[in-house]
Design a protein around this ligand. Structure first.
Ligand code: UAG
Ligand code: ATP
Length: 534
């Protein structure tokens, strides 16, 4: 909460308020003094406006926030800061609701600091861990948050999984929301006494300043390949955005993957002054010890801040590896699938260890690690059933490749469908991928939406070389049950159910029916246990 006097002082300090505007404002205030007028919140979204809030109205890509003025006024907005002059009709509407207006043409450039000031720099009152990378942000952030929670910390998250305390995440629009939303969320986390915030930092967020004026305790980089070139233009510009986070933002610890070329570059370029500087320490992690391309490091750096994993073993139960840290080795086993998840886990472990938790306690906390819901999620063991949200040919290929590494002596079964009213070209391609990697293919419906599910299936089947060998069942629940029946009589087999991940509905003809792949699996196994028990 701030008073109008405080807001005016901020604007005057930054020379954003003309004396004429101030005089006009005083007239509009009437008997009320700026000291007596309380402003309870600050937002740029009319849907979040509450009585006594400030509404920051800026030009967006699709619209101007003033397009939503009526709603903001209806919700009780008290002060509007806008980057454009209001139309006479808008002015009238504001006067009718006694909402004050200040027009600041350069508002966009000042909003980040205004938000940080309004919310009393919440990032300084929390320990904020920022995680970036092309892939692995969500998984690493989730493992990190789980470890911290198991260590008795109150942990909040901002990312693809949602925003909020770890056990109460609310779905958001963006991986990293805009700068006002970030500061507002952090203020909420301070209010609920969170200790740590683990946030995903997308490349858009770095480039668009969504994390401006944030104080990070730890920054981490998973890996950099290629993505979002539509936005960044070139691979070089995309990589530059990632590097910018580590170059321009202060953090006490910076954690990088030593097997990644950008991670290596950061360590080779930055570590001498960071290591000996006052404010930052580099931590490096490497799967399978491939860090020989790092220039020789001082001995204490190697022993203190390096995490390496050796002897990686992949089994239907998960990953197992030997961890070396601070001249000690440990064997770790976690129910996660995919070698890349061992890397993500190393990143999360580095973030947590960098924050001064005792090694023994951190290793004990590993028993709490579980996969992100619907992503390579083991929903049943012996036999292993995995649920994943892969719904493109590329994602399905990556998924089946990763699972085949876990299944060297066993056979792989895959069940999937394709969503309606979306890309039709991928349908036969997904069939080809499934046939290439799996021993048995089950084809069913995904979310048919407005399309005829039978026709979608036919388009998938058209991609199969041996269609007679695939099992086709239009009803997803029956298809899963039938796959489970076959799984139970096949020795050493694993079933992966792809496409819907953690979704809790199936969308058919504009209606969403409650549906969960994991629940269907659990229900089937519960029935089997009951039958055996009788
Ligand atoms: C291109 C882009 O970055 N768009 C973002 C931008 O949208 P926009 O400028 O079009 O906003 P707008 O809809 O015109 O609205 C303008 C203003 O009106 C306000 N408004 C809007 C609607 C309303 O009912 N009331 C209201 O007050 C908005 O809060 C905003 O202040 O501002 C919105 C609010 O902050 C963002 O949600 C939106 O992200 C969209 C959804 C998006 O898809 N962004 C992508 C490019 C993105 O940022 N992705 C990254 C990486 C993802 C990853 O790889 O994981 C991310 O971090 O999410
Ligand atoms: N460390 C990694 N290296 C390479 N690939 C990875 C890594 N971690 C995850 N992946 C792959 O990327 C996919 C997305 O993982 P995750 O959601 O953790 O990443 P993300 O960076 O948050 O991506 P997105 O923003 O698209 O969700 C996984 O399903 C897996 O196929």
């Amino acid at each position: 909460m701030k008073t109008l006097a405080q807001i005016l002082a901020f604007l005057q300090q930054r020379q954003l308020l003309e004396s004429q505007q101030l005089a006009q404002l005083m007239v509009e205030l009437g008997d009320l003094t700026p000291e007596a007028m309380c402003l309870h919140d600050l937002t740029n979204d009319s849907r979040q406006v509450t009585a006594g809030a400030i509404f920051i109205a800026l030009q967006g890509v699709q619209s101007h926030a003033l397009d939503y003025l009526t709603k903001a006024l209806h919700q009780g907005v008290r002060l509007i800061l806008s980057d454009r002059a209001l139309t006479p009709a808008e002015q009238q509407a504001c006067q009718a609701q006694k909402a004050l207006v200040i027009v600041i043409a350069s508002l966009a450039a000042h909003q980040a600091y205004l938000a940080a000031e309004f919310f009393d720099h919440p990032s300084r009152q929390l320990k904020v861990i920022g995680i970036t990378g092309t892939n692995g942000k969500t998984s690493t952030a989730f493992y990190c948050a789980q470890l911290l929670q198991a260590l008795g910390q109150r942990v909040a998250m901002i990312g693809t999984l949602g925003y909020g305390l770890l056990d109460d995440l609310q779905k958001g629009m963006n991986t990293t929301p805009d700068v006002l939303q970030v500061q507002r969320l952090l203020a909420r986390f301070v209010a609920v006494q969170a200790d740590f915030v683990v946030m995903e930092v997308s490349s858009h967020a770095i480039e668009l300043g969504r994390i401006a004026h944030l104080h990070f305790t730890t920054l981490a980089l998973t890996q950099v390949t290629s993505d979002h070139l539509d936005f960044h233009g070139t691979q070089q510009a995309y990589e530059a955005a990632k590097i910018k986070l580590f170059r321009d933002y202060v953090a006490e610890h910076k954690v990088v993957n030593l097997n990644d070329h950008i991670g290596q570059g950061l360590v080779n370029r930055c570590h001498p002054h960071c290591l000996h500087g006052q404010d930052c320490q580099f931590w490096g992690y490497a799967l399978q010890g491939h860090h020989s391309h790092i220039e020789p490091q001082p001995k204490e750096w190697l022993s203190l801040c390096l995490l390496s994993a050796y002897d990686l073993q992949l089994s239907p139960q998960g990953v197992r590896f030997t961890l070396r840290h601070a001249a000690q080795t440990f064997t770790l086993e976690v129910p996660l699938l995919g070698a890349f998840n061992a890397e993500n886990l190393l990143c999360a472990l580095s973030c947590v260890l960098a924050n001064h938790f005792a090694q023994d306690a951190v290793l004990a906390a590993m028993s709490q690690i579980r996969s992100v819901a619907g992503r390579m999620q083991i929903v049943h063991r012996q036999p292993t059933v995995v649920v994943d949200f892969a719904h493109t040919a590329d994602a399905l290929e990556k998924l089946l490749q990763a699972l085949s590494q876990h299944q060297q002596d066993s056979s792989l079964m895959v069940l999937f469908g394709c969503g309606g009213d979306r890309d039709q070209q991928k349908r036969p391609l997904m069939a080809q991928v499934a046939e290439r990697y799996a021993d048995k293919v089950f084809i069913t419906s995904d979310n048919p939406r407005y399309e005829d599910p039978q026709q979608i299936i036919e388009q998938i089947v058209a991609g199969l070389q041996k269609p007679a060998e695939a099992q086709i069942e239009i009803d997803r629940r029956s298809a899963i049950r039938s796959a489970l029946e076959q799984l139970s009589v096949t020795e050493n087999a694993v079933l992966v159910i792809a496409g819907k991940g953690h979704e809790d509905y199936q969308e058919i003809a504009a209606q969403r029916f409650p549906f969960s792949d994991a629940a269907v699996v659990q229900e089937w196994f519960a029935e089997q246990a009951e039958t055996i028990g009788k």
